[in-house]
Ligand binder design. Structure first.
Ligand SMILES: NC(=O)c1ccc[n+]([C@@H]2O[C@H](COP(=O)([O-])OP(=O)(O)OC[C@H]3O[C@@H](n4cnc5c(N)ncnc54)[C@H](O)[C@@H]3O)[C@@H](O)[C@H]2O)c1
Ligand SMILES: [Zn+2]
Length: 670
């Protein structure tokens, strides 16, 4: 890079600027990005580096010198009282330390503090109040002029229309969609044959730019406030004081934490990298700000961003890749599932080379072709998926995908029942299905039988030593000994592992049966409601549906499962083998939360969402998503959302995180 000559740099800079401008237009104006945020950030970083090397090539219209964004003509324009800037980015601890160094160089002050906040992935808004009423809401636009979205903002429930303070205020906050609401909207759009939004940010931005505010209202957006730009009467000394005041006025304020030095900031950033999934909204990083407002003044800002703040960005969750092929795999229910084979990319800390395409309709809807460049996304532990195709990258060589007519494993005809999205192999004894069912049965969350893996199952099926999972319990050591790669010792271990699995908890057995749609959570719920397999089998679909979390689809599937003679036979052989088919005394004793319903809101400090769900369910309780009159407890973390208000209205018992912990601890002693 160092000996790059100026002519070359000039060309490279021009090309980068061109790409960045195009991406900004698609992102800010069309709400339809074609590259991932991480890729955009990379382009920007490359440009910044080059411009730093050749400062004489910096022009006033370079994207590094201004805030991206455009103002749409459809909306009334609003001039901002204070320019709305971007934030500088940092991607690792080193860059955060550099940020601190720059501050140290620019001030004589020694002991300053930082405030770390969530960087919510939504769209920023300016909000004005006068005489205690919400007056005006505007988008950032190009930083100087934004769009008037007051009417749409009135539909945001978490924005108070009235406040106590009668002074003139100007605030900033982030409008966003919760993950659950985002899913709901996309589901609905798919049902209406509309294009799904790529991510919650685009959905939120798209909703705010609707001319018809009824549409915005139907989207249930939220807002978190993170700054006070001006107050006509009060002076504040620190950012924390501002937060305190905003909270007092009834605003939903952004999560924040004080940090004494940059090392503490780094710790908080790393902590949230792991915890981000526990939030019901997306954050793409954290924002680190100077707490002392006078020091902020002193540090000032560049044309593009303040010097007193920096964004810390998490590793990418979305990236582009290319579909090399589309393969079909068979599940235990015989479903033919298309999977995209991708050019490997690093995504959120792991290498991704496959993504699920769900089913034929999904491929059609997204128009995914072999050879396409696609945007791939990964959220938490879920399987990576293709967000969308970047059609501009097509050169005509892409091939459309056709669902095969025959099962790729057994060759039988496949069928796609009317009204269903899934194509299945029609052969009930298709070896692929049998194998998948057994694999599921022995898997970790189910019966957890170590040593019984795909290779062994293949051999057992091939030698007709077993036909289904119940047969595993009738295997003798001498059956196994002669198999490939088995021998005395391993066959003994395997038979021992099979025997040991006989007293797995009842809910694991229910899960292991492989009833369609019954995942681990539903299995747990069922085991909380029925104490034996006989009771479960006797349940009517109406009775099942009355259980929270068990919908008609699951209920039907359970009924169908027990209706099949083959399955009832499987169960009686499991019983004969001595498998635990009822909830034991010991399991019941732990159920001190039996029947109680919990709702969690806000961000918890010591648990992830799946941890608390697990804890509650282990104790026989249930964790549900919405507050209703049937809720027993609402547990609130930092920045609880609208659920908090609703629970208060309904008079539901509210626990803080530490009270919830106490509840668990006290009861466990009993
Ligand atoms: N994918 C694309 O094609 C594409 C194109 C352009 C921009 N982008 C994305 O947009 C970013 C640049 O856009 P930008 O200038 O709007 O954002 P930024 O990343 O520079 O950060 C500033 C914005 O952060 C938001 N924010 C959230 N929480 C905040 C908090 N607690 N305090 C202060 N601000 C907070 C505000 O909306 C603010 O306007 C890029 O980093 C990139 O990720 C992507
Ligand atoms: Zn088959």
């Amino acid at each position: 890079m160092n000996n790059l000559n100026k002519e070359k740099a000039k060309k490279k800079i021009a090309a980068l600027r061109e790409k960045i401008r195009e991406a900004e237009y698609r992102y800010f104006v069309l709400d339809d990005p074609q590259i991932s945020d991480a890729e955009f950030d990379k382009l920007m970083q490359d440009l910044i580096k080059l411009e730093n090397q050749f400062p004489e090539l910096i022009t006033a219209d370079s994207p590094t010198q201004r805030v991206g964004g455009e103002v749409l003509d459809e909306f009334e324009k609003v001039e901002h009282s204070t320019e709305m800037l971007s934030l500088d980015n940092s991607f690792n601890a080193e860059e955060l330390r550099d940020f601190e160094q720059r501050i140290a160089k620019n001030t004589a002050q020694k002991d300053y503090q930082f405030v770390v906040e969530h960087k919510i992935d939504g769209l920023s808004a300016v909000i004005r109040y006068q005489d205690g009423s919400f007056q005006l809401g505007a988008t950032r636009g190009n930083g100087e002029v934004g769009e008037n979205i007051t009417e749409n903002m009135k539909t945001i429930r978490s924005l108070p229309l009235k406040i106590k303070d009668k002074a003139e205020l100007e605030l900033r906050g982030e409008i966003y969609l919760s993950k659950s609401e985002f899913e709901r909207i996309n589901q609905q759009r798919l049902e209406n044959d509309e294009k799904a939004f790529a991510n919650p940010r685009n959905a939120a931005a798209g909703s705010m730019r609707q001319l018809d505010s009824k549409i915005a209202a139907s989207r249930r957006l939220s807002i978190l406030i993170y700054d006070l730009i001006s107050h006509s009467e009060k002076e504040f000394a620190t950012h924390l004081e501002v937060f305190f005041y905003l909270k007092e006025q009834g605003f939903n304020v952004n999560w924040h934490k004080k940090a004494a030095g940059i090392e503490e900031v780094i710790e908080i950033c790393q902590e949230w990298e792991e915890k981000r999934e526990s939030l019901d909204f997306e954050i793409d990083g954290l924002v680190v700000k100077i707490n002392d407002l006078a020091l902020r003044e002193e540090l000032g800002s560049t044309a593009r961003s303040p010097r007193w703040a920096i964004a810390y960005k998490f590793p990418a969750q979305q990236k582009t890749s290319r579909v090399k092929d589309i393969e079909i795999s068979l599940g235990r229910t015989g479903a033919l599932t298309p999977t995209a084979v991708l050019e490997a990319v690093e995504l959120a800390g792991s290498t991704v080379s496959r993504a699920t395409l769900h089913n034929e309709d999904e491929i059609k809807r997204k128009d995914i072709r072999i050879g396409d460049t696609v945007l791939v996304q990964k959220a938490g532990d879920v399987i990576p998926e293709v967000v969308k195709v970047i059609k501009e990258k097509r050169d005509g060589s892409e091939k459309e995908f056709e669902m095969p007519e025959h099962c790729p494993v057994c060759g039988s005809k496949v069928k796609r029942p009317e009204g269903e999205a899934v194509t299945r192999c029609t052969n009930i004894s298709c070896p692929a299905q049998r194998k998948e069912k057994i694999l599921h049965f022995v898997s970790r969350d189910a019966m957890n039988i170590e040593g019984v893996g795909p290779a062994l199952i293949d051999q057992l099926l091939e030698h007709q030593l077993i036909d289904d999972y119940a047969d595993l319990y009738f295997l003798k050591q001498h059956h196994l000994k002669d198999l490939e790669r088995m021998g005395e010792k391993s066959s003994q271990n395997v038979t021992e592992a099979i025997r040991a699995s006989k007293d797995r908890e009842f809910f694991r057995v229910i899960y292991a049966l492989g009833i369609r749609h019954v995942g681990l959570g539903a299995a747990r719920t069922l085991s909380n409601n029925y104490s034996s397999i006989e009771q479960l089998r006797a349940a009517s679909s109406q009775e099942l549906e009355e259980i929270d979390e068990i919908g008609p689809v699951i209920a039907d599937s359970i009924i169908n499962f027990f209706a099949e003679k083959q399955n009832r036979d499987l169960i009686s052989r499991l019983k004969q083998a001595g498998i635990n088919l009822s909830r034991e005394e010991s399991e019941e004793k732990e159920e001190f939360l039996a029947g109680l319903k919990f709702v969690f809101t806000g961000s918890l400090n010591d648990f992830t969402r799946s941890e608390v769900k697990d804890l509650v369910e282990k104790a026989g309780g249930r964790s549900v998503s919405a507050v209703s009159s049937k809720t027993d407890y609402l547990v609130i973390g930092d920045n609880p959302g609208s659920k908090y208000q609703k629970a208060q209205e309904l008079g539901i018992e509210i626990l803080t995180e530490s009270e919830f912990k106490q509840l668990l601890e006290n009861k466990e002693e009993k």
